[in-house]
Design a protein around this ligand. Structure first.
Ligand SMILES: *Cc1c(COP(=O)(O)O)cnc(C)c1O
Length: 364
């Protein structure tokens, strides 16, 4: 056992006044309101991870030849701290994010940040900026840990230096139209997201950069999100640009595509599988073909579809559009199983339901 790493603390000299902060927290939206501080840890080949600190959030000064700006050697995470029903503050499954961050680092040929440093950076920042958690029902502090290649060198090789940071954003509901509106999704037959041996299961900015043209295509088609098919047969449903997907059938069972290397292993996905099984529901992790999806929707065998992820929690899918025509799921609105699982997850995250798996880590 090593003791907890100690983060130097340099408080912000002129934090946002409480009145201004509270006004910003009334309707924060997603990813627009940022807290006063950030956590920083540097890495160099000689010194390893060093100088952990929490300090005032401020712009970075970077050399224009920093490797990340050219070759996108970057990984990130997304997790939330919640205000509990009793007024305390807790992180949800941050240990799983710490583990996934190490996996992403391995794939991007970056040094692995020890899990305890990841966890302590999140804890220290949340404790410092806990007043930035909005009090609304969807309010949370969204933490964005990330690491970038900071070596000043244009040769193509893994960087020798890195910068790890955590910033925090006060968030409300992800969607402008409310907490869990039914969204429409576009099945891209033009683009794929990931292929075997690629970076599909790593959480890296490059995956998102490559998905934006598909997302733009979805928006041109009047859809909120894109859903990707596999890169080999263009047949098997994989996931959305930043969310995993579940299908609910008329016998009450659920299905989600298996983690075979091209899908991001979502922690929300994993949590919902456990919660559903805990309620006695059958959950299969199996491939699901797009033509099957269409025929199951037509026959009524398929009752509900939802997308899930930390940012947007659980979002019902009401309409599916593709080059081959459109179809609706279960009348286009949110289904019962979707709503029940969403409520079960949200209640657990906010300390309003038992936590049998020990997923919450109370900080205050
Ligand atoms: C982050 C992410 C998810 C959701 O993961 P959670 O851990 O549930 O937030 C799903 N798909 C992609 C591509 C992602 O980047």
């Amino acid at each position: 056992m090593t003791s907890s790493p100690v983060f130097a603390f340099e408080p912000h000299a002129s934090p946002v006044p409480a009145s201004e902060r509270d006004a910003a927290l009334l309707d924060p939206g997603f990813g627009q309101v940022f807290t006063d501080h950030m956590a920083v840890i540097r890495y160099s080949r000689e010194r390893g991870w060093h100088e952990p600190a929490v300090r005032a959030r401020a712009p970075l000064t970077m050399d224009p030849a920093s490797a990340v700006l050219h070759y996108a050697q970057e990984i990130f995470e997304g997790l939330k701290a919640y205000r509990l029903a009793d007024g305390g503050v807790a992180l949800f499954r941050a240990d799983a994010n710490a583990r996934r961050f190490r996996g992403s680092a391995r794939r991007l040929a970056m040094p692995e940040l020890p899990e305890e440093l990841f966890l302590e950076s999140c804890r220290a920042l949340v404790r410092t900026d806990a007043d930035w958690i909005p009090s609304g029902p969807d309010g949370a502090l969204y933490l964005r840990p990330f690491a970038i290649a900071s070596e000043v060198f244009l040769g193509v090789k893994p960087s020798a230096d890195y910068l790890y940071m955590v910033i925090a954003s006060s968030v409300g509901a992800y969607w402008k139209k409310g907490a869990a509106p039914a969204i429409s999704i576009w099945v891209s037959q033009t683009y794929t997201r990931a292929a075997g041996g690629g970076t599909g299961e790593a959480k890296c900015g490059g995956n998102y950069a490559a998905s934006l043209a598909a997302q733009a295509e979805a928006m041109r088609q009047g859809c909120e999100q894109v859903v990707f098919l596999d890169a080999v047969e263009r047949r098997w449903v994989e996931e959305l640009g930043g969310m995993n997907i579940f299908f609910v059938f008329d016998d009450g069972s659920l299905l989600t595509p298996p983690l075979t290397g091209t899908i991001l292993p979502g922690i929300t996905r994993d949590s919902l599988i456990a919660l559903a099984r805990g309620r006695g529901l059958v959950v299969r992790e199996e491939p699901y073909a797009f033509d099957q999806w269409r025929s199951d929707a037509a026959s009524g065998r398929l009752r509900e579809v939802f997308a899930c992820g930390t940012a947007a929690v659980v979002t019902p899918v009401g309409t599916v559009k593709s080059g081959g025509g459109d179809f609706e799921i279960g009348g286009g609105g949110p289904g019962q199983t979707t709503q029940a699982l969403r409520a079960a997850l949200v209640d657990l995250q906010r300390g309003a339901a038992p936590d049998p798996h020990g997923w919450l880590e109370r900080l205050t």
